[in-house]
Design a binder for this molecule. Structure first.
Ligand code: 0WE
Length: 264
C-alpha cells in the first residue's frame, strides 16, 4: 500500500547515505512519494547527487539554513517546478564542536548558543514559513528530528539540548499556527544513531552500547526505523496527529530502571 502516493516532499538534511534524512527519503520513496532535496554547500551536493539519482529524484537545490535568501530561492524553485508540496522534512542540527564536550556552563559561549539555536531550531521556523504557502488546499505535513537531550540532561550534549528543547516548542507553536490551514507539524525523537553528525563525538560508541543494554527492545534504532515512523507521520494515516513528539528509541526514554540481561 503506497501511503504517500501522489505526495511531494522536500527533504532538508541529507549529508551521507547514513543520514537519518536519507533513511526517511528511502522510506518515503518506497511508499510512493516524489522527492526533492536540498544540500548545504557544494561538498554535500557531490555526495547527494548519486543518492538522489538512485531514487529517481532530479530536484536538488542549495539551502544554507542560515541564509534567508537561499530559503526563499528554494521555495521559488519548488513553486515553479512543482507548484505545490505536501511534506517538509527538517533534519538539520549544528553546534560548534567545542560546545559538545565537557562542562556545559564552561563550554557554552554566547556565540555557540546563538549558532546552535539558529541552525537547529530557527531554521525549522524559517523553512515552515516558506513551505506553508505551497501546501495551501492540501493536507500538509512537516516533520523535524529531536533527541532526548531536549528533556533530560545528557553528558556532552550540552547546548544542543537547549536547542532541541526550543525545536520541540517550535513544533507545538507551528502546529497551533498552521493547523487551521490543515498543516500538521510533528517531531520524531530518535535514539542515538551513528551518522556523520555523531562521528567524532567522544563516548558515542559507549552511548550506543548503553542504550542497547537498557532499552526494552535491547537494540539501537536504525535510520530505517526512523524512516518508517516518519512515513507514517507524514501520511494521511496520521491525519489526527499534530504537535506531537514521537519517540523512536527502542523504548529507552520510557524506562525508569533496567538491569542488563541476566540480572533481575
Ligand atoms: O543532535 C545530535 C548531534 C547534532 C550535532 C552534531 C555535531 C557534530 C559535529 C550538532 N553539532 C555538531 N557539531 C559538530 O561540529 N545527536 C542527537 C547525536 C548526538 O550528538 C551528541 C550526542 C548524541 C546522541 C553529542 C554529545 C552527546 C550525545
Amino acid at each position: 500500500m503506497a501511503i504517500l502516493a501522489g505526495k511531494r516532499a522536500l527533504i532538508v538534511g541529507v549529508a551521507t547515505d547514513r543520514s537519518i534524512a536519507w533513511g526517511i527519503a528511502q522510506a518515503m520513496h518506497a511508499h510512493g512519494a516524489q522527492l526533492a532535496f536540498s544540500y548545504a554547500n557544494d561538498a554535500f551536493k557531490q555526495r547527494l547527487e548519486p543518492l538522489a539519482a538512485s531514487i529517481g529524484s532530479k530536484l536538488l537545490m542549495p539551502i544554507d539554513v542560515q541564509v534567508d535568501e537561499q530559503i526563499d530561492a528554494a521555495f521559488e524553485l519548488l513553486a515553479r517546478e512543482w507548484g505545490q508540496i505536501d511534506i517538509l522534512v527538517h533534519a538539520v542540527a549544528f553546534a560548534p564542536r567545542e560546545a559538545l564536550a565537557g562542562s556545559f556552563s564552561a563550554n557554552t559561549p554566547r556565540e555557540a548558543f546563538r549558532i546552535a539555536h539558529d541552525v537547529s531550531s530557527y531554521s525549522f521556523t524559517a523553512l515552515a514559513r516558506g513551505a506553508a504557502p505551497l501546501m495551501a488546499g492540501r493536507a500538509g505535513a512537516m516533520l523535524t528530528l529531536s533527541y532526548l537531550g531536549a528533556v533530560r540532561s545528557i553528558p556532552s550534549y550540552n547546548v544542543m539540548g537547549l536547542a532541541k528543547a526550543s525545536l520541540e516548542a517550535n513544533v507545538r507553536f507551528l502546529a497551533a499556527d498552521l493547523g487551521p490551514r490543515n498543516i500538521r507539524v510533528n517531531a520524531i525523537s530518535a535514539g542515538p544513531i551513528k551518522t556523520l553528525a555523531a562521528a567524532g563525538i567522544g563516548g558515542f560508541r559507549k552511548m550506543l552500547a548503553h542504550v542497547a543494554q537498557i532499552a526494552p527492545l535491547r537494540r539501537n534504532v536504525s535510520t530505517e526505523d526512523v524512516g518508517n515512523a516518519a512515513t507514517f507521520l507524514c501520511s494521511d494515516m496520521a491525519a489526527g496527529i499534530t504537535g506531537e513528539i514521537l519517540y523512536v528509541d527502542s523504548g529507552f526514554s520510557t524506562v525508569g530502571m533496567s538491569f542488563a540481561d541476566g540480572e533481575t
